[in-house]
Design a protein around this ligand. Structure first.
Ligand code: 6PG
Length: 238
């Protein structure tokens, strides 16, 4: 069961996402002493991250920031998700450096995936990580994180993180796998722009396979699933 909220503009969407992330961070830190957040990459979440950078009063000391995926490029590369997050948020002095767990994509993709899984195992006990909140984006082709249509990562059922060649991107990607994404306590998709309208309609109202529309594979086993969309991205919803 998923919940959809539609906002007039990407800015209004980011405002609502800020309110949700801030509330969840304070709640989790109060009840469990920490808040584990998996950040999505690309460009949509930048507005949210820039808003979070305006809130030093949040319990950043107890907030552990992870990434849902990364491109196989060094952190200074223009395509790096870590760079986008650094420019928008983690450059802030109130965000402890040791709380930012980027994927070391300057390594080989497979080494980066293995290193990231080792990092996750330092922070999460049990058979799977259970993030307090996972932020996901949606690609025009229906991908999320770096789980692209008909890519090998879609079938991974054991590993928490995989590196794989993504033909459509002509590059390697490193990504959390469905078992991890679907073990989250809360999942929030941030979807903006009319180029996402077809994919969002397919995710929410279609019947395509996960191979065709990987974001349909995000079905938390014991967690909430929300979509925040702007009016443009919601344009093809019935
Ligand atoms: C990435 C992402 C990816 C992204 C979608 C949407 O590394 O690119 O994690 O899944 O969320 O491609 O990207 P935009 O927000 O840029 O449209």
């Amino acid at each position: 069961m998923s919940e959809l909220s539609v906002f007039a503009t990407p800015e209004a969407l980011a405002d609502a996402a800020l309110a949700l992330v801030a509330a969840r961070a304070q709640q989790c830190v109060q009840t469990s002493g920490r808040f584990t957040l998996a950040l999505s990459g690309g460009s949509t979440p930048r507005l949210l991250y820039q808003r979070l950078a305006q809130h030093p009063e949040l319990p950043w000391h107890a907030m552990q920031l992870f990434f849902g995926d990364e491109r196989a490029v060094p952190p200074g590369h223009r395509d790096s998700n870590a760079r986008m997050v650094e420019e928008a948020l983690t450059h802030c002095s109130f965000v402890p450096r040791e709380n930012v767990h980027r994927i070391l994509a300057e390594l080989s993709a497979h080494e980066a995936a293995a290193a990231y899984e080792r990092t996750l195992r330092l922070y999460f006990d049990g058979p799977l990580p259970r993030f307090d909140l996972v932020l996901n984006g949606l690609g025009p082709d229906g991908h999320t994180a770096s789980l692209f249509p008909h890519s090998s990562a879609l079938d991974e059922s054991e590993r928490w993180v995989v590196a794989h060649w993504v033909e459509a991107q002509r590059s390697d990607r490193i990504t959390l796998t469905f078992p991890v994404l679907n073990n989250a306590a809360e999942t929030l998709f941030l979807v903006a722009g009319k180029e996402k309208a077809w994919a969002l309609a397919e995710v929410l109202q279609g019947s395509a396979s996960v191979a065709d529309i990987p974001a349909r594979g995000v079905r938390p086993t014991n967690g909430t699933l929300r979509f925040f969309a702007d009016a443009s991205a919601a344009g093809q919803l019935r």
